[in-house]
Ligand binder design. Sequence first.
Ligand code: GSH
Length: 217
Amino acid sequence: MITVLGRRNSANVQKVMWTLGELDVPYRREDVGGSFGYPDDYPNPNPVVPTIVDDGITVWESGACVRHLARTYGRGTLWPDDPATLATADMWMEWHRSDISAAFFPLFMTKVRGLETTPEKLAQLTASCSRIFGQLDQQLADRAYICGDTLTIADIVNGAIMFRYMTLPVERAALPHLEAWYARLTERPAYRKHVMIEYGSNLEEWNAHEAANAEIQ
Ligand SMILES: N[C@@H](CCC(=O)N[C@@H](CS)C(=O)NCC(=O)O)C(=O)O
């Protein structure tokens, strides 16, 4: 049985939960991080979520968790068999980590979780998201998912923040291929269950949603 340590409203935890949902692998999730705090024996040197424990193997860093689960339980599906497709998936996972995360997370923290900023900085983050997501829009111009016809680990890490990006009250460039891909994701039951989770519009609502999601598997 896989144990996931992490609160349900963390986007990085949602990457792991969505992966498990797609693979239909049994798991148990424990509320850790945020208002739930961290147990003394938390098996991760960083006080961040997620961490997973799979049959004695501990993995932290959300991308590493997704890779571990897909490699172990999703060969030929989330983890492509073809080396070229796998390389493309890996590339878009790294792109997520270095490029879009850096622009999107501060934008989300500012709009919902009370991170202080200036109007200039906010405008800059909003424009960066439109510009950087435009790169993914181009990749999706002639395919249903990032690597082709089927969902892979690249869709998981990037798609996990799309619900928030698409529902946040910010200006977005018209990105038709990205929007069509997002619409496809929203039809997947595991995405609906693990990613499309309400988050509120301010810190108070955010905290209320965090509490309301406690113990939900
Ligand atoms: N690079 C890490 C970042 C993890 C991270 O920053 N997680 C956030 C939640 S999305 C966190 O744990 N924040 C502190 C907390 O919730 O206690 C990963 O991808 O797993």
